[in-house]
Design a protein around this ligand. Structure first.
Ligand SMILES: [Zn+2]
Ligand SMILES: [Zn+2]
Length: 528
Protein backbone atom coordinates (compact mmCIF):
# COMPACT_ATOMS: atom_id res chain seq x y z
CA UNK A 1 0.00 0.00 0.00
CA UNK A 2 1.43 3.40 -0.88
CA UNK A 3 1.06 6.48 1.27
CA UNK A 4 -1.57 7.94 -1.05
CA UNK A 5 -3.87 4.94 -0.71
CA UNK A 6 -4.11 5.23 3.06
CA UNK A 7 -7.44 6.69 4.07
CA UNK A 8 -7.49 8.66 7.30
CA UNK A 9 -5.76 6.59 9.94
CA UNK A 10 -5.76 3.46 7.83
CA UNK A 11 -8.39 1.43 9.66
CA UNK A 12 -11.75 0.00 8.55
CA UNK A 13 -13.38 2.82 10.49
CA UNK A 14 -11.76 5.45 8.28
CA UNK A 15 -12.66 3.51 5.17
CA UNK A 16 -16.27 3.33 6.27
CA UNK A 17 -16.46 7.04 7.08
CA UNK A 18 -14.89 7.80 3.71
CA UNK A 19 -17.47 5.67 1.86
CA UNK A 20 -20.22 7.40 3.79
CA UNK A 21 -18.93 10.83 2.82
CA UNK A 22 -18.57 9.86 -0.84
CA UNK A 23 -22.13 8.61 -0.86
CA UNK A 24 -23.46 11.71 0.84
CA UNK A 25 -21.65 13.90 -1.68
CA UNK A 26 -23.28 11.96 -4.51
CA UNK A 27 -26.68 12.33 -2.87
CA UNK A 28 -26.02 16.03 -2.46
CA UNK A 29 -27.30 16.18 1.11
CA UNK A 30 -26.18 18.82 3.54
CA UNK A 31 -23.19 17.82 5.61
CA UNK A 32 -23.23 20.38 8.39
CA UNK A 33 -24.11 17.72 10.97
CA UNK A 34 -23.78 14.02 10.20
CA UNK A 35 -25.77 11.87 12.58
CA UNK A 36 -24.90 8.26 13.20
CA UNK A 37 -27.17 5.98 15.15
CA UNK A 38 -27.00 2.80 17.16
CA UNK A 39 -29.75 0.84 18.83
CA UNK A 40 -29.65 -0.11 22.50
CA UNK A 41 -31.53 -3.14 23.70
CA UNK A 42 -34.01 -2.49 26.48
CA UNK A 43 -35.58 -5.93 26.78
CA UNK A 44 -32.73 -8.15 27.94
CA UNK A 45 -29.47 -7.84 29.85
CA UNK A 46 -27.17 -6.07 27.39
CA UNK A 47 -24.14 -8.13 26.39
CA UNK A 48 -20.87 -6.65 25.26
CA UNK A 49 -21.93 -7.12 21.61
CA UNK A 50 -24.76 -4.61 22.07
CA UNK A 51 -22.18 -2.21 23.43
CA UNK A 52 -20.23 -2.85 20.24
CA UNK A 53 -22.94 -1.35 18.11
CA UNK A 54 -22.63 2.01 19.85
CA UNK A 55 -18.85 1.87 20.27
CA UNK A 56 -18.34 1.27 16.56
CA UNK A 57 -20.82 3.95 15.52
CA UNK A 58 -18.90 6.29 17.81
CA UNK A 59 -15.71 5.28 15.97
CA UNK A 60 -17.34 6.37 12.70
CA UNK A 61 -18.31 9.67 14.31
CA UNK A 62 -14.67 10.17 15.37
CA UNK A 63 -13.46 9.37 11.86
CA UNK A 64 -15.92 11.88 10.37
CA UNK A 65 -14.67 14.52 12.79
CA UNK A 66 -11.12 13.65 11.89
CA UNK A 67 -12.08 14.37 8.25
CA UNK A 68 -13.32 17.78 9.37
CA UNK A 69 -17.07 17.18 9.71
CA UNK A 70 -19.37 17.69 12.64
CA UNK A 71 -20.97 14.49 13.83
CA UNK A 72 -23.17 13.15 16.57
CA UNK A 73 -24.04 9.67 17.86
CA UNK A 74 -27.65 8.97 18.71
CA UNK A 75 -28.03 6.02 21.08
CA UNK A 76 -31.63 4.93 20.71
CA UNK A 77 -33.34 2.67 23.19
CA UNK A 78 -36.40 0.87 21.89
CA UNK A 79 -38.15 0.82 25.22
CA UNK A 80 -41.59 0.44 23.65
CA UNK A 81 -40.54 -3.02 22.60
CA UNK A 82 -42.72 -5.63 24.33
CA UNK A 83 -41.24 -8.04 26.85
CA UNK A 84 -41.10 -11.44 25.15
CA UNK A 85 -39.49 -13.55 27.83
CA UNK A 86 -38.12 -13.21 31.31
CA UNK A 87 -34.34 -13.03 31.39
CA UNK A 88 -32.57 -15.59 33.55
CA UNK A 89 -32.12 -14.37 37.09
CA UNK A 90 -35.12 -12.05 36.93
CA UNK A 91 -38.22 -12.61 39.09
CA UNK A 92 -41.08 -14.76 37.82
CA UNK A 93 -43.48 -12.01 38.81
CA UNK A 94 -42.54 -10.40 35.49
CA UNK A 95 -44.71 -13.01 33.80
CA UNK A 96 -47.84 -10.85 34.17
CA UNK A 97 -46.05 -8.18 32.12
CA UNK A 98 -45.25 -10.32 29.07
CA UNK A 99 -46.04 -8.39 25.85
CA UNK A 100 -46.22 -5.04 27.62
CA UNK A 101 -43.82 -2.32 26.45
CA UNK A 102 -40.74 -2.54 28.66
CA UNK A 103 -41.09 1.13 29.58
CA UNK A 104 -44.50 0.39 31.14
CA UNK A 105 -43.18 -2.45 33.30
CA UNK A 106 -42.00 -1.51 36.81
CA UNK A 107 -38.28 -1.95 37.48
CA UNK A 108 -38.09 -5.23 39.47
CA UNK A 109 -35.07 -3.80 41.30
CA UNK A 110 -36.74 -0.48 42.02
CA UNK A 111 -33.82 1.67 40.91
CA UNK A 112 -35.19 3.08 37.62
CA UNK A 113 -38.47 4.37 36.25
CA UNK A 114 -39.10 1.10 34.40
CA UNK A 115 -37.79 -2.33 33.51
CA UNK A 116 -36.70 -0.93 30.13
CA UNK A 117 -34.75 1.92 31.65
CA UNK A 118 -33.08 -0.50 34.05
CA UNK A 119 -31.80 -2.52 31.08
CA UNK A 120 -30.80 0.50 29.00
CA UNK A 121 -28.96 1.98 31.96
CA UNK A 122 -26.71 -1.07 32.19
CA UNK A 123 -25.67 -0.38 28.62
CA UNK A 124 -25.35 3.39 29.01
CA UNK A 125 -23.24 2.86 32.12
CA UNK A 126 -21.01 0.53 30.09
CA UNK A 127 -20.63 3.21 27.41
CA UNK A 128 -19.81 5.84 30.04
CA UNK A 129 -17.21 3.57 31.58
CA UNK A 130 -15.35 3.13 28.28
CA UNK A 131 -15.61 6.84 27.45
CA UNK A 132 -18.20 6.85 24.64
CA UNK A 133 -20.24 10.05 24.31
CA UNK A 134 -23.74 9.91 22.91
CA UNK A 135 -27.07 11.62 22.69
CA UNK A 136 -29.59 9.37 24.40
CA UNK A 137 -33.08 8.98 22.94
CA UNK A 138 -35.81 6.58 23.90
CA UNK A 139 -38.82 5.24 22.04
CA UNK A 140 -41.22 6.10 24.86
CA UNK A 141 -40.39 9.82 24.54
CA UNK A 142 -40.08 9.76 20.77
CA UNK A 143 -43.63 8.48 20.35
CA UNK A 144 -45.08 10.49 23.23
CA UNK A 145 -43.77 13.69 21.66
CA UNK A 146 -45.12 12.59 18.26
CA UNK A 147 -41.68 12.94 16.64
CA UNK A 148 -42.50 10.22 14.12
CA UNK A 149 -46.07 11.41 13.46
CA UNK A 150 -45.62 12.35 9.79
CA UNK A 151 -43.71 9.18 9.01
CA UNK A 152 -46.27 6.93 10.73
CA UNK A 153 -49.06 8.59 8.76
CA UNK A 154 -47.25 8.19 5.44
CA UNK A 155 -46.43 4.56 6.22
CA UNK A 156 -50.02 3.74 7.20
CA UNK A 157 -51.59 5.27 4.11
CA UNK A 158 -49.17 3.16 2.06
CA UNK A 159 -49.73 0.05 4.12
CA UNK A 160 -50.98 -2.11 1.26
CA UNK A 161 -48.00 -1.41 -0.93
CA UNK A 162 -45.69 -2.00 2.06
CA UNK A 163 -47.43 -5.24 3.05
CA UNK A 164 -46.92 -6.62 -0.46
CA UNK A 165 -43.31 -5.50 -0.60
CA UNK A 166 -42.54 -7.12 2.77
CA UNK A 167 -43.98 -10.36 1.43
CA UNK A 168 -41.90 -10.00 -1.76
CA UNK A 169 -38.65 -9.10 -0.05
CA UNK A 170 -38.62 -11.39 2.96
CA UNK A 171 -41.63 -13.70 2.59
CA UNK A 172 -43.52 -12.44 5.62
CA UNK A 173 -47.26 -12.21 4.90
CA UNK A 174 -48.42 -10.83 8.22
CA UNK A 175 -48.52 -7.21 7.09
CA UNK A 176 -50.76 -7.96 4.15
CA UNK A 177 -53.48 -8.53 6.71
CA UNK A 178 -52.52 -6.24 9.55
CA UNK A 179 -51.07 -2.74 9.74
CA UNK A 180 -47.35 -2.42 10.56
CA UNK A 181 -48.34 -0.49 13.67
CA UNK A 182 -48.94 -1.94 17.14
CA UNK A 183 -51.15 0.11 19.42
CA UNK A 184 -50.80 -0.48 23.15
CA UNK A 185 -54.18 -1.88 24.24
CA UNK A 186 -55.93 0.78 26.33
CA UNK A 187 -57.43 -1.90 28.53
CA UNK A 188 -54.57 -4.38 29.23
CA UNK A 189 -51.45 -2.38 28.21
CA UNK A 190 -50.25 -5.20 25.96
CA UNK A 191 -48.64 -4.46 22.67
CA UNK A 192 -48.62 -7.35 20.22
CA UNK A 193 -52.06 -8.59 21.21
CA UNK A 194 -53.68 -5.41 19.89
CA UNK A 195 -53.89 -5.90 16.13
CA UNK A 196 -55.03 -3.13 13.85
CA UNK A 197 -56.38 -3.67 10.36
CA UNK A 198 -57.79 -0.29 9.57
CA UNK A 199 -56.36 3.19 9.46
CA UNK A 200 -58.66 6.20 9.40
CA UNK A 201 -56.37 8.68 7.71
CA UNK A 202 -58.55 11.76 8.30
CA UNK A 203 -58.54 11.21 12.03
CA UNK A 204 -55.08 9.64 12.23
CA UNK A 205 -56.56 6.74 14.15
CA UNK A 206 -56.20 2.99 13.97
CA UNK A 207 -58.96 0.59 14.95
CA UNK A 208 -57.77 -2.44 16.88
CA UNK A 209 -58.83 -5.67 18.44
CA UNK A 210 -57.00 -7.23 21.41
CA UNK A 211 -56.75 -10.99 20.88
CA UNK A 212 -54.56 -14.01 21.68
CA UNK A 213 -51.19 -14.11 19.91
CA UNK A 214 -48.23 -16.44 19.84
CA UNK A 215 -45.00 -14.92 21.12
CA UNK A 216 -42.01 -17.21 20.97
CA UNK A 217 -43.72 -20.51 21.60
CA UNK A 218 -46.18 -19.17 24.14
CA UNK A 219 -49.72 -17.94 23.67
CA UNK A 220 -50.26 -14.53 25.18
CA UNK A 221 -53.90 -13.88 26.01
CA UNK A 222 -55.59 -10.82 24.59
CA UNK A 223 -58.28 -9.11 26.64
CA UNK A 224 -60.89 -8.84 23.88
CA UNK A 225 -60.93 -5.05 23.93
CA UNK A 226 -61.97 -3.21 20.75
CA UNK A 227 -60.59 0.25 20.57
CA UNK A 228 -59.21 3.18 18.63
CA UNK A 229 -55.77 4.68 18.99
CA UNK A 230 -54.62 8.11 17.87
CA UNK A 231 -51.21 7.64 16.25
CA UNK A 232 -50.13 11.15 17.19
CA UNK A 233 -50.63 10.80 20.91
CA UNK A 234 -51.77 7.38 22.13
CA UNK A 235 -49.15 4.80 22.99
CA UNK A 236 -48.18 2.46 20.21
CA UNK A 237 -45.30 1.83 17.89
CA UNK A 238 -44.41 0.89 14.35
CA UNK A 239 -43.33 -2.67 13.62
CA UNK A 240 -39.55 -3.04 13.31
CA UNK A 241 -39.93 -3.75 9.60
CA UNK A 242 -40.80 -0.09 9.03
CA UNK A 243 -39.77 1.68 12.20
CA UNK A 244 -36.09 2.24 11.47
CA UNK A 245 -37.04 3.99 8.24
CA UNK A 246 -39.36 6.35 10.11
CA UNK A 247 -36.61 7.15 12.58
CA UNK A 248 -33.93 7.61 9.93
CA UNK A 249 -36.10 10.11 8.10
CA UNK A 250 -37.28 11.93 11.24
CA UNK A 251 -33.84 12.14 12.89
CA UNK A 252 -31.86 12.51 9.64
CA UNK A 253 -29.59 9.50 10.27
CA UNK A 254 -26.71 8.97 7.82
CA UNK A 255 -25.11 5.85 9.24
CA UNK A 256 -26.36 2.79 11.04
CA UNK A 257 -24.68 -0.59 11.30
CA UNK A 258 -26.61 -3.78 11.81
CA UNK A 259 -26.12 -7.38 12.82
CA UNK A 260 -26.96 -10.39 10.69
CA UNK A 261 -29.97 -11.09 12.93
CA UNK A 262 -31.87 -8.04 11.71
CA UNK A 263 -30.82 -8.17 8.06
CA UNK A 264 -34.39 -8.70 6.83
CA UNK A 265 -35.66 -5.72 8.77
CA UNK A 266 -32.93 -3.52 7.33
CA UNK A 267 -33.73 -4.68 3.79
CA UNK A 268 -37.39 -3.70 4.17
CA UNK A 269 -36.60 -0.47 5.99
CA UNK A 270 -34.21 0.63 3.26
CA UNK A 271 -36.96 0.22 0.72
CA UNK A 272 -39.55 2.01 2.88
CA UNK A 273 -37.13 4.85 3.56
CA UNK A 274 -36.30 5.35 -0.10
CA UNK A 275 -39.63 4.62 -1.77
CA UNK A 276 -42.26 5.57 0.79
CA UNK A 277 -40.62 8.27 2.87
CA UNK A 278 -38.43 9.69 0.10
CA UNK A 279 -35.43 9.64 2.36
CA UNK A 280 -32.28 7.86 1.12
CA UNK A 281 -31.49 5.36 3.89
CA UNK A 282 -28.30 5.70 5.92
CA UNK A 283 -25.07 4.07 4.89
CA UNK A 284 -24.88 0.61 6.42
CA UNK A 285 -22.34 -1.95 7.35
CA UNK A 286 -23.01 -5.42 8.62
CA UNK A 287 -21.05 -5.96 11.81
CA UNK A 288 -19.69 -9.14 13.30
CA UNK A 289 -21.69 -11.23 15.70
CA UNK A 290 -20.24 -12.46 18.93
CA UNK A 291 -20.70 -16.07 19.87
CA UNK A 292 -20.05 -17.44 23.29
CA UNK A 293 -17.33 -20.08 23.46
CA UNK A 294 -19.94 -22.78 23.08
CA UNK A 295 -20.65 -21.53 19.55
CA UNK A 296 -24.08 -20.14 20.38
CA UNK A 297 -24.92 -16.54 19.68
CA UNK A 298 -24.75 -14.60 22.93
CA UNK A 299 -28.39 -14.08 23.64
CA UNK A 300 -29.67 -11.06 25.40
CA UNK A 301 -31.96 -13.10 27.57
CA UNK A 302 -29.58 -15.90 28.55
CA UNK A 303 -27.94 -15.90 31.93
CA UNK A 304 -24.20 -15.47 32.34
CA UNK A 305 -24.29 -12.65 29.88
CA UNK A 306 -20.92 -11.10 29.19
CA UNK A 307 -21.74 -7.54 30.17
CA UNK A 308 -19.31 -4.64 30.04
CA UNK A 309 -19.56 -4.36 33.82
CA UNK A 310 -18.45 -7.95 34.35
CA UNK A 311 -15.67 -7.60 31.79
CA UNK A 312 -14.35 -4.49 33.56
CA UNK A 313 -13.78 -6.50 36.73
CA UNK A 314 -10.95 -8.23 34.84
CA UNK A 315 -9.94 -6.00 31.95
CA UNK A 316 -9.53 -2.26 31.52
CA UNK A 317 -11.77 -0.14 29.26
CA UNK A 318 -9.10 -0.24 26.55
CA UNK A 319 -9.39 -4.03 26.31
CA UNK A 320 -13.09 -3.58 25.43
CA UNK A 321 -12.39 -0.86 22.90
CA UNK A 322 -9.65 -2.97 21.34
CA UNK A 323 -11.98 -5.97 21.09
CA UNK A 324 -14.59 -3.85 19.33
CA UNK A 325 -12.35 -1.76 17.08
CA UNK A 326 -10.06 -4.58 15.88
CA UNK A 327 -12.35 -5.53 13.06
CA UNK A 328 -15.95 -5.40 12.07
CA UNK A 329 -16.97 -8.40 9.99
CA UNK A 330 -17.27 -12.10 10.56
CA UNK A 331 -18.30 -13.90 13.69
CA UNK A 332 -16.12 -14.28 16.70
CA UNK A 333 -16.16 -16.47 19.73
CA UNK A 334 -15.90 -14.46 22.84
CA UNK A 335 -15.20 -15.20 26.47
CA UNK A 336 -13.53 -13.67 29.50
CA UNK A 337 -10.52 -15.84 28.69
CA UNK A 338 -9.78 -13.44 25.83
CA UNK A 339 -8.93 -10.68 28.28
CA UNK A 340 -5.27 -11.58 28.97
CA UNK A 341 -4.35 -11.57 25.29
CA UNK A 342 -6.27 -8.34 24.62
CA UNK A 343 -4.43 -6.70 27.51
CA UNK A 344 -1.10 -7.80 25.98
CA UNK A 345 -2.14 -6.81 22.50
CA UNK A 346 -2.87 -3.29 23.66
CA UNK A 347 0.62 -3.01 25.13
CA UNK A 348 2.07 -4.24 21.87
CA UNK A 349 0.11 -1.63 19.91
CA UNK A 350 1.37 1.02 22.29
CA UNK A 351 4.94 -0.15 21.71
CA UNK A 352 4.38 0.05 17.95
CA UNK A 353 2.82 3.50 18.28
CA UNK A 354 5.78 4.82 20.27
CA UNK A 355 8.33 3.14 18.01
CA UNK A 356 9.55 0.64 20.61
CA UNK A 357 8.59 -2.22 18.32
CA UNK A 358 9.70 -1.83 14.72
CA UNK A 359 7.23 -2.82 12.03
CA UNK A 360 8.64 -2.93 8.50
CA UNK A 361 5.40 -3.44 6.65
CA UNK A 362 4.20 0.13 6.09
CA UNK A 363 0.51 -0.77 5.76
CA UNK A 364 0.59 -2.80 8.96
CA UNK A 365 2.40 0.00 10.77
CA UNK A 366 -0.17 2.62 9.77
CA UNK A 367 -3.06 0.34 10.61
CA UNK A 368 -1.65 -0.60 14.01
CA UNK A 369 -1.02 3.02 14.90
CA UNK A 370 -4.49 3.94 13.70
CA UNK A 371 -6.09 1.18 15.73
CA UNK A 372 -4.16 2.38 18.78
CA UNK A 373 -5.52 5.87 18.25
CA UNK A 374 -9.11 4.66 17.94
CA UNK A 375 -8.75 2.54 21.06
CA UNK A 376 -7.76 5.81 22.73
CA UNK A 377 -10.78 7.50 21.09
CA UNK A 378 -8.42 9.57 18.92
CA UNK A 379 -6.87 11.14 21.98
CA UNK A 380 -3.76 8.98 22.49
CA UNK A 381 -1.44 9.56 25.46
CA UNK A 382 1.71 11.61 24.91
CA UNK A 383 3.96 8.89 26.23
CA UNK A 384 3.88 5.17 26.73
CA UNK A 385 2.73 3.69 30.03
CA UNK A 386 4.73 1.05 31.94
CA UNK A 387 3.85 -2.40 30.70
CA UNK A 388 3.55 -5.41 32.93
CA UNK A 389 2.56 -8.74 31.48
CA UNK A 390 -1.01 -9.49 32.55
CA UNK A 391 -0.39 -13.24 32.75
CA UNK A 392 2.58 -12.64 35.03
CA UNK A 393 0.23 -10.67 37.28
CA UNK A 394 -2.27 -13.53 37.23
CA UNK A 395 0.44 -15.99 38.28
CA UNK A 396 1.68 -13.70 41.06
CA UNK A 397 -1.89 -13.01 42.18
CA UNK A 398 -2.44 -16.72 42.64
CA UNK A 399 0.39 -16.77 45.19
CA UNK A 400 -0.48 -13.59 47.03
CA UNK A 401 -4.06 -13.49 48.14
CA UNK A 402 -3.59 -11.16 51.07
CA UNK A 403 -2.10 -7.67 50.76
CA UNK A 404 -2.02 -8.58 47.14
CA UNK A 405 -1.33 -5.19 45.58
CA UNK A 406 1.66 -4.42 47.81
CA UNK A 407 3.15 -7.89 47.61
CA UNK A 408 2.77 -8.31 43.87
CA UNK A 409 4.18 -4.81 43.39
CA UNK A 410 7.17 -5.72 45.56
CA UNK A 411 7.84 -8.82 43.46
CA UNK A 412 7.70 -6.76 40.28
CA UNK A 413 10.30 -4.42 41.79
CA UNK A 414 12.45 -7.37 42.92
CA UNK A 415 12.28 -8.92 39.46
CA UNK A 416 13.22 -5.59 37.94
CA UNK A 417 10.06 -5.64 35.81
CA UNK A 418 9.23 -2.12 37.02
CA UNK A 419 11.31 0.65 38.55
CA UNK A 420 8.64 2.38 40.61
CA UNK A 421 5.20 1.47 41.92
CA UNK A 422 2.54 3.26 39.84
CA UNK A 423 -1.21 3.63 40.39
CA UNK A 424 -1.89 2.31 36.88
CA UNK A 425 0.03 -0.89 37.69
CA UNK A 426 -1.90 -1.17 40.93
CA UNK A 427 -5.13 -1.08 38.89
CA UNK A 428 -3.96 -3.83 36.62
CA UNK A 429 -2.86 -5.96 39.58
CA UNK A 430 -6.38 -5.63 40.91
CA UNK A 431 -7.89 -6.71 37.58
CA UNK A 432 -5.52 -9.64 37.17
CA UNK A 433 -6.18 -10.58 40.80
CA UNK A 434 -9.92 -10.69 40.15
CA UNK A 435 -9.22 -12.81 37.11
CA UNK A 436 -7.01 -15.21 39.09
CA UNK A 437 -9.71 -15.55 41.77
CA UNK A 438 -12.54 -16.14 39.32
CA UNK A 439 -10.91 -18.38 36.70
CA UNK A 440 -8.08 -20.50 37.95
CA UNK A 441 -7.86 -22.59 34.84
CA UNK A 442 -5.46 -20.97 32.45
CA UNK A 443 -6.03 -21.44 28.73
CA UNK A 444 -3.30 -23.66 27.31
CA UNK A 445 -1.06 -21.57 25.10
CA UNK A 446 -0.53 -23.19 21.69
CA UNK A 447 3.16 -23.72 20.96
CA UNK A 448 4.92 -25.91 18.39
CA UNK A 449 7.60 -27.94 20.11
CA UNK A 450 10.23 -30.24 18.65
CA UNK A 451 11.07 -33.62 20.14
CA UNK A 452 14.22 -32.55 21.99
CA UNK A 453 12.36 -29.65 23.63
CA UNK A 454 9.60 -32.01 24.69
CA UNK A 455 12.17 -34.34 26.18
CA UNK A 456 13.85 -31.47 28.03
CA UNK A 457 10.50 -30.30 29.36
CA UNK A 458 9.80 -33.79 30.63
CA UNK A 459 13.14 -33.87 32.46
CA UNK A 460 12.50 -30.43 33.94
CA UNK A 461 9.02 -31.34 35.04
CA UNK A 462 10.40 -34.40 36.84
CA UNK A 463 13.17 -32.39 38.48
CA UNK A 464 10.64 -29.84 39.73
CA UNK A 465 8.40 -32.57 41.11
CA UNK A 466 11.14 -33.99 43.36
CA UNK A 467 10.44 -33.90 47.06
CA UNK A 468 13.64 -32.09 47.74
CA UNK A 469 14.06 -28.59 46.48
CA UNK A 470 16.66 -28.42 43.71
CA UNK A 471 19.62 -26.38 44.87
CA UNK A 472 19.67 -24.05 41.97
CA UNK A 473 16.70 -24.15 39.63
CA UNK A 474 18.25 -21.64 37.26
CA UNK A 475 21.28 -23.89 36.82
CA UNK A 476 19.15 -27.05 36.59
CA UNK A 477 17.22 -25.56 33.68
CA UNK A 478 20.43 -24.47 32.03
CA UNK A 479 21.93 -27.98 32.32
CA UNK A 480 18.80 -29.68 31.02
CA UNK A 481 18.81 -27.41 27.96
CA UNK A 482 22.51 -28.07 27.29
CA UNK A 483 22.24 -31.84 27.64
CA UNK A 484 19.44 -31.83 25.06
CA UNK A 485 21.37 -29.62 22.64
CA UNK A 486 19.00 -26.70 23.09
CA UNK A 487 20.22 -23.13 23.34
CA UNK A 488 19.42 -22.16 26.96
CA UNK A 489 17.93 -18.85 25.85
CA UNK A 490 15.56 -20.69 23.51
CA UNK A 491 14.57 -23.02 26.31
CA UNK A 492 13.91 -20.09 28.64
CA UNK A 493 11.78 -18.55 25.94
CA UNK A 494 9.73 -21.74 25.62
CA UNK A 495 9.21 -21.77 29.38
CA UNK A 496 8.01 -18.16 29.40
CA UNK A 497 5.62 -19.01 26.60
CA UNK A 498 4.23 -21.94 28.51
CA UNK A 499 3.91 -20.15 31.84
CA UNK A 500 3.16 -16.58 30.78
CA UNK A 501 2.10 -16.75 27.15
CA UNK A 502 4.92 -14.39 26.22
CA UNK A 503 8.58 -14.78 25.26
CA UNK A 504 10.06 -12.80 28.14
CA UNK A 505 9.68 -12.71 31.90
CA UNK A 506 11.45 -12.33 35.22
CA UNK A 507 14.53 -14.48 35.92
CA UNK A 508 13.12 -17.95 35.51
CA UNK A 509 14.59 -19.84 38.50
CA UNK A 510 13.42 -17.56 41.31
CA UNK A 511 10.14 -16.98 39.48
CA UNK A 512 9.40 -20.71 39.36
CA UNK A 513 10.09 -20.93 43.09
CA UNK A 514 7.74 -18.00 43.67
CA UNK A 515 4.81 -19.41 41.79
CA UNK A 516 5.42 -22.93 43.05
CA UNK A 517 7.52 -25.77 41.65
CA UNK A 518 4.64 -28.24 41.67
CA UNK A 519 2.35 -25.86 39.79
CA UNK A 520 4.94 -25.24 37.14
CA UNK A 521 5.72 -28.98 36.88
CA UNK A 522 2.03 -29.66 36.27
CA UNK A 523 1.75 -26.90 33.66
CA UNK A 524 4.87 -28.07 31.83
CA UNK A 525 3.78 -31.70 31.79
CA UNK A 526 0.82 -30.65 29.60
CA UNK A 527 3.38 -30.04 26.85
CA UNK A 528 5.48 -33.20 27.05
ZN1 LIG B 1 -33.11 -0.41 38.02
ZN1 LIG C 1 -55.97 -5.81 25.73
Amino acid sequence: MSESEIIGKGTWIDKLAHELLEREKNLGRKLDLIRVESGLGASGVPHIGSLGDAVRAYGVKLALENFGFKSELIAYSDDLDGLRKIPEGFPDSLKEHIAKPVSLIPDPFGCHDSYGMHMSSILLDGLDKVGIKYEFRRAADTYKKGLLGDQIHTILINNQKIGEKISDLVGQDKFQKALPYFPVCANCSRLYTAESKEYIADEKKVIYNCHDVEIGSNIVKGCGHHGEADITKDLGKLAWKVEFAARWAAFDIRFEAYGKDIMDSVKVNDWVSEEVLNYPPPHHVKYEMFLDKGGKKISKSLGNVITAQKWLEFGNPKSILLLLYKRITGARELGFEDIPSLMSEYNELEDIYFGKIKVDNQAKLVKSKGLYEYVNLLNPPKKSGTHVNYRLLIELSKIFKEDRKQRVMKKLLDYGVIKNPEPEIENIIELAGNYADEFDQQEKTKIDLDESTKKALKELSEALKLEEEPEDIQNTIYQIAKSNNIEPKDFFKTLYQIILGTSRGPKIGPFILDIGRQNVAATISNYT
